[in-house]
Design a protein around this ligand. Sequence first.
Ligand SMILES: O=C(O)[C@H](O)COP(=O)(O)O
Length: 797
Amino acid sequence: MTRVHPNTAAPFADLPSLPACCGATREGGVAVLTVWRKSLLFSCHGFTVFDAEGNLVFRVDIYGSGSAGELVLMDAAGKPLLTARRKKLSLGETWLIYNGEDADNPLYSVKRHVSLLHCKGLAHVTPLRGGSGSAGYAVEGSYSRRSCTVYDERRRAVAEIQRKQAVGGVAFGDDVFRLVVQSDLNTCLAMAIVIVLDQMPELASLPLRMTLSITDLARVLLLSILGGEICEIEALGDMGSSDFSWKLADHPKLPKGKTVAVVVLDGWGEADPDQYNCIHVAQTPTMDSLKKGAPERWRLVRAHGKAVGLPTEDDMGNSEVGHNALGAGRIFAQGAKLVDLALASGKIFEGEGFKYIKECFDKGTLHLIGLLSDGGVHSRLDQLQLLLKGCSENGAKRIRVHILTDGRDVLDGSSVGFVETLENDLAKLREKGIDAQIASGGGRMYVTMDRYENDWGVVKRGWDAQVLGEAPHKFRSAVEAVKKLREDPKANDQYLPPFVIVDESGKAVGQIVDGDAVVTFNFRADRMVMIAKALEYADFDKFDRVRVPKIRYAGMLQYDGELKLPNRYLVSPPEIDRTSGEYLVHNGIRTFACSETVKFGHVTFFWNGNRSGYFNPSMEEYVEIPSDSGITFNVQPKMKALEIAEKARDAILSRKFHQVRVNLPNGDMVGHTGDIEATVVGCKAADEAVKIILDAIEQVGGIYVVTADHGNAEDMVKRNKTGQPLLDKAGKIQILTSHTLQPVPIAIGGPGLASGVRFRKDVPDGGLANVAATVMNLHGFEAPTDYEPTLVEVVDN
Ligand SMILES: O=C(O)[C@H](O)COP(=O)(O)O
């Protein structure tokens, strides 16, 4: 839609302005929003609206089912912007739009068009306050088909509701569509018009979709009922079914049938070369040749912050969000962001999950178990603080926090500060009469936070301390515990042994017992699934739980959507649907995925949108190579890179699979140990593994895509603003064990790659989410239209 006139007046004097994060998209005059007809909240329906950069800009949460008489349009933080209320006792359907949550003095009325003569009219929007800037609007077209236009009084098109266009038979449901708003219309008002249209039952999608299969006689009856939609019904009759289809369109230029190897180097970012860049220091001839050999087929992509659905550009990437984006081809607001929103709006305390645990607040203790840091990968301290506040305000009288110290997503040694902060918060709660204490603790890699069932002993240590109140170390305070345990020269935050806090009689202050509530406050799934199973499953044989208390348990999120684990949770997880893996399987692509245990779920579970299991077992084979357990990976920095590469090689040479997908963990897993020498060895091993896979691709005439999920090994020191390594108080370099904000490389090639394929220049900000469409193209398919654009183009030679 082209812009007709510049914005001359100041027409929105009484309306809230567009939320700040949406402002950027206003440049050039147009706001392009993606409207998702779904609430972020569990058990609600409503709307979630994103701007062109994937920022959440509006929400509507409607509790209960059916149509609502009042809807509140909120900004991302839950602040009410406009309220739409159905006008009672009105002839025809009329809604009134109020500023914020005002109860009187409405700004606009939206009245459904009733005339049978003008078949395109849907609604009239009439200003109720007068004044120089007030303008009326007419809405025409078909909301049910997601095709309508808002005209101002000079018949200028000021907004459009548009379908997400389908390609090659792939059509999307009615629940995701575009709202394009010119600068001549206030975007909040435009969105309010959408939610009102949606509440007018005759205009919404469901009844009209039914018309596709009814007889002409029934159509005539409907025509008289639906008035303004007459023309649309006729059109719908010609359209055929708009039902969703998995079928992908053929790529116009790229052939099918090639074997495509997708290699993800975990923790492999691109940074300036220096002695702390382990990838630079290591011998990596294969990766070097990809970079230098074909400049049109090597580039960088964004792997952190908003590009992967994290709250801010200061959030480093991680494997969960990285593999989600790689597999799903779209950017989903991730756990960290969803929890932020739920806490900011207070909705977390109104949901079913919270109500469930709250039942215990009267007589039982609330136990909060999770990672204590501000790393933002698995959890965040500020979220724990808000949770504590909200729980205490909602009636929790006795709270016990079971902490897991970090030193992996944050600096080693920072645990002391985090524990002190938490102790202060709990002391303040105690001043308010709430019995709140830290009850137990331990290092995350040694206590509780194992993943993919690599070592149940880790979870058992946590169970013993948290549930049974038993641990080899007992202290009167957590600050004392962490300080004392760190005195061992070999100690670090990640691997602190388990401890319990005891009272003056030596009794643990916070065992979990019958009648208690438990919340695991990490939002990220992989390292919470095992403890969730121990807490939730009646049938459980991974270790002897000794005593299984009858508790009410909720996760911060649901950690596994397929297993529905845990059953109760405080915030709905991102619903990552229609992943590239699922599409490709439906389109005949046979897939092999492999990694070693510690990263196995990354190329399966995370890749498939946090879904365990196969889409179609006859089309897929997932192979897990057992990781070493009970060691830190600097001891065996080569890890299982060779074994993974050999499995991939065999899968490629077998010619049974179209896609062979692997994760090579070394850069990340060894990088997290902070051992620079070992990380260099790990990077070399990963590079050798890439070579084995590329050689196999060469033999079968296939294609390779080599990329990474986030940075880590390319920078092993904390730096100041000018990029110089930071020294600690003792004058020692501060080692960085965490991920980074760096972009990651992506390289394509192989004998099967058509000669004109190269990276486009017009996607300069491409991120990991652009990789899925790219891979679909290389398999010979177009990607769905709502996927992030492909990174490749085909030029005629
Ligand atoms: O869980 C971990 O090991 C780290 O916190 C994050 O690492 P990953 O995102 O690479 O898995």
